[in-house]
Write a protein that binds this ligand. Structure first.
Ligand code: UT7
Length: 329
């Protein structure tokens, strides 16, 4: 094993926030031409949470408070707030600063990152770099309010998404860490999975005065599916190879919770038993970069995290971004 991979991270606390409003497939069937059987057999989703139209940052703050409490850390002891979201309430102020203000985490630097659904994996990699560049304790939050941006006229996509936030407190540790971050950039003319904000061009000296973009999340589901079933295993295999690990060395795989069929196909292609794969998609749906820290918090609360375990996080998302991180906890 590469000894350099020992510059790792310790997760000293986890937290999550799931909004109280549960929306089942049957609830959606009341407003859309859909049904529980179609959604469940195609995706493995039975229900998801909606934040009731409230802003995304409110979930981030709750998850962050819970992670700090679990870590036994005061907000003032955090020197960096890293926040992953692809559904911010504002372009700026950045969401990390809204969280900082709500927590009174006055000693923290703040940064938002957006790698779409791969955001938690990418953020672990970024957080590790920050820790080894001199920061001591990072609060890393992933918070996503997809229901504010889903297109409820598009039944093939809106049924997939829900809202949630998850957070971890991270410190440096002499533990194993390896990452493999990748991307397959798409053309702006055929972005596959995208969300553009609508705006009006009124700048002087411009010929074009108005431009209207799609205001809601758009997705070519089949293309994303095909990409995902190859991308996730590729990233996991590359990370293992780089670390001199075999797939059997991984104790637990936490994949992006997009679709149970994607997860099962990826696990099969890796030769990983589904017993080693954590999924909560049935009750939560796809909450983009927030899926994985919510999974982690559920595992933590259930007492299923043991010191020394090797956990692999593997994700994919718009961009198209993808990647895997393997950490020893
Ligand atoms: O983190 C974001 C990542 N995104 C993803 O992971 C999405 C990956 N893709 C997928 O999971 C799948 O492509 C979907 C679940 C989104 C769609 O499944 P599909 O097998 O690709 O379905 P489709 O879009 O090809 O539609 C098949 C049929 C169509 O009817 P016809 O043309 O065969 O008569 C659709 O109109 O299913 C119909 N359909 C629905 N029927 C009932 C599409 N959505 C629905 C629906 N309820 N909600």
């Amino acid at each position: 094993m590469n000894p350099n991979n020992k510059r790792g991270i310790k997760i000293t606390g986890t937290g999550s926030y799931l909004p109280p409003l549960t929306v089942t497939n049957d609830d959606l069937a009341e407003i859309l031409d859909t049904n529980d059987e179609w959604i469940y057999t195609r995706t493995g989703i039975k229900a998801r949470r909606y934040n009731g139209g409230k802003p995304n940052y409110t979930m981030a703050v709750e998850a962050a408070k819970r992670a700090l409490e679990n870590a036994g850390a005061a907000a003032a002891e955090i020197d960096y707030i890293l926040l992953s979201t692809s559904t911010p309430d504002f372009i700026y102020p950045i969401t990390a600063c809204l969280v900082q203000n709500a927590l009174c985490a006055d000693n923290a630097a703040c940064l938002d990152i957006n790698a779409a659904c791969t955001g938690f994996v990418a953020g672990l990699d970024v957080a590790r770099g920050l820790l080894y560049s001199g920061y001591n304790r990072i609060l890393f939050v992933a918070s996503e309010c997809l229901t504010l941006h889903a297109d409820f006229a598009d039944r093939a996509t809106c049924v997939l998404f829900g809202d949630s936030a998850g957070a971890v407190v991270l410190e440096k540790a002499d533990k194993f860490f390896v990452s493999c971050m990748k991307a397959k950039g798409v053309s702006a003319d055929e972005p596959v999975l995208y969300y553009k904000q609508n705006y009006e061009i009124n700048a002087p000296f411009c010929e074009q005065k108005t431009k209207s973009y799609a205001q809601k999340l758009q997705m070519d589901g089949k293309e994303v599916y095909k990409f995902a079933v190859d991308a996730m295993p590729e990233a996991v295999k590359t990370a293992c190879g780089e670390a001199g690990l075999t797939i059997d060395d991984i104790d637990l795989l936490i994949p992006h919770q997009a679709n149970i069929r994607i997860v099962q196909t990826a696990a099969k292609s890796l030769g990983v038993s589904m017993n080693k794969v954590y999924v909560n998609i049935e009750n939560n749906g796809n909450t983009s970069s927030a899926c994985m820290p919510v999974c982690l918090d559920e595992l933590n609360k259930a007492g299923k995290l043991r010191e020394g375990m090797k956990i692999c996080f593997a994700g994919f998302g718009a961009g198209l971004t993808y990647g895997a991180v393997i950490i020893e906890i």
